[in-house]
Write a protein that binds this ligand. Structure first.
Ligand SMILES: [Zn+2]
Length: 261
């Protein structure tokens, strides 16, 4: 695996059918920036664009310039760094937008779990993988020239993601851990990874470890400890700029532990 060096504004081929254009919006939450994916089977005239990115016109114009005719725009989840630019991009490319959340769709029905979207010479299978958000989906690319899954923010190229519902998230990770070995991860942020099953198993182990730490913190602080108090114990070794997002994860962990004692 080569660790991708941030290269803004350049379309970088990752698999024979998937290329990435990195948006110049780095932050603690977006890592190097948002990955906008352009998918196209060799020889296909049209492309599929997954997650156009923020309402960032220079980025969207660059995507428009390299994507060629776009048959469909797909959205991994509702966060604005993925979908904010979709309405503008849809109008620019005269293409429909499809997402699990109907309110994000433009001129097309919402995605459903298990559905296969046939576009740009590819068959993309939709997997509903809630946890990061309720509407998060992954897209499986089943293609002769390399199997890959677009994971949005459910699995990132580096670090771990913020979780809204931990019970849902653990179920989603188990689903992804069952992918065939050697399935490339094409994430919403950070570099691609060589094996989704391996990464999903690492995420599961990490979540179990954090749950154990939260259980230990609750023994010290008492069962009614606030999420913030738990963050200060469990995330003591993590940069304070990440304590805000960590509080959401801890909130999800406390909800999970209270529902699954
Ligand atoms: Zn997100």
């Amino acid at each position: 695996m080569t660790l991708a060096h941030p290269a803004y504004g350049i379309l970088r081929p990752v698999t024979p059918v998937a290329s990435v254009l990195l948006e110049d919006n780095p932050s603690a939450m977006t890592l190097d920036g948002t990955n906008t994916w352009v998918l196209r089977s060799p020889g296909a005239r049209e492309s599929v664009v997954v997650d156009p990115g923020s309402a960032d016109l220079p980025h969207l114009e660059r995507v428009a310039a390299v994507a060629g005719p776009v048959s469909t725009i797909l959205i991994t989840h509702q966060h604005p760094d993925h979908v904010g630019g979709a309405p503008w991009f849809a109008e620019r490319m005269s293409a429909p937008v499809r997402a699990f959340d109907e309110s994000l769709c433009v001129d097309a029905p919402p995605l459903t779990d298990g559905e296969t979207v046939a576009a740009a010479g590819l068959d993309l299978t939709v997997r509903h993988t809630p946890g990061h958000t309720e509407d998060s989906v992954c897209f499986e690319i089943g293609h002769d020239e390399g199997r890959a899954v677009l994971t949005g923010d459910t699995v990132l190229g580096r670090g771990t993601t913020v979780v809204f519902d931990l019970g849902d998230y653990l179920s989603s990770l188990r689903l992804l851990a069952a992918q065939p070995l050697g399935t490339t991860v094409l994430p919403g942020h950070g570099p691609e990874l060589p094996d989704l099953a391996v990464t999903a198993a690492e995420y599961l182990a990490h979540r179990e470890e954090r749950l154990d730490q939260v259980r230990a913190a609750l023994r010290r602080l008492g069962p009614d400890a606030s999420p913030r108090a738990v963050v200060e114990v469990v995330y003591a070794d993590v940069d304070k700029s990440l304590w805000g997002p960590a509080e959401w994860s801890v909130r999800a962990q406390l909800d999970y532990l209270r529902a699954n004692p």
